[in-house]
Design a protein around this ligand. Structure first.
Ligand code: IMP
Length: 204
């Protein structure tokens, strides 16, 4: 099955292909989507952004397409920064400013639990879509630790671990992350389809 990945991030592309690991999948070269306009991630949910990106890629590439959207949800902030994770402290996106704002907003909060969330959307060439999601629960610490990774990694300690994502070996983060869990779900739910059985998608 020919499939496009709606991401311009080469690390993400590599990681996703490795998790899905399906010989029957023929990945469309990212260059085939070079003319696709930048998708504005203005949805109110991760799912709506992921669906929008996957639909757009399926339309431009005229084949199946996968896309993801992710972010951090903090309990004491009623789920913020959520879909605003990348631009929490304003545009252009600035990880240091986002982390600073998060620490200020959480100052004195007794509950520092949070979770990373990732939604993956699969769109068919005729514009139907389904989603799966993955979570990584944990907590926000009081000061940044570690210099690997990106985004909120230096402030996030996943449940069952002592290190932040930014201190952790990348291979371990990639095994337990919200993205890994979402793409594992994708493999479970759509693996049959990826191998060429379209029974559940009659009007693809
Ligand atoms: P995107 O889904 O790659 O666009 O991620 C949106 C934003 O969520 C990023 O800019 C980060 O601020 C945050 N984010 C998503 N996943 C992670 C992660 O694994 N570590 C740290 N921050 C993340």
């Amino acid at each position: 099955m020919k499939i496009a990945l709606a991401s311009r991030n080469p690390h993400k592309l590599d990681e996703i292909r490795r998790i899905l690991n399906c010989a029957e999948m023929e990945w469309l070269e990212p260059a085939a989507l070079a003319d696709m306009p930048e998708v504005e991630e203005d949805g109110l949910t991760f799912a709506s952004n992921a669906i929008k990106k996957a639909m757009m890629a399926a339309f431009y590439a005229k084949c199946w397409a996968l896309a993801d959207d992710s972010g951090l949800e903090v309990t004491a902030l009623q789920g913020a920064p959520g879909v605003m994770s990348a631009r929490y402290a304003g545009t252009p996106r600035d990880d240091a400013a986002n982390n600073g704002k998060l620490l200020r907003e959480l100052a004195g909060a007794p509950d520092r639990t949070a979770r990373f969330c990732c939604v993956v959307a699969l769109a068919s060439p005729c514009g139907r879509a389904q989603v799966v999601e993955g979570f990584c629960p944990g907590r926000i610490i009081e000061a940044q630790r570690g210099d690997q990774g990106f985004g909120y990694d230096p402030l996030f300690v996943p449940d069952g671990h002592e290190q932040t994502f930014a201190e952790m070996d990348a291979a371990l983060k990639n095994r337990i992350s919200h993205r890994a869990r979402a793409f594992e779900q994708a493999r479970g739910k759509w693996g049959v389809l990826f191998r060429g059985d379209y029974a559940d998608w009659p009007a693809r």
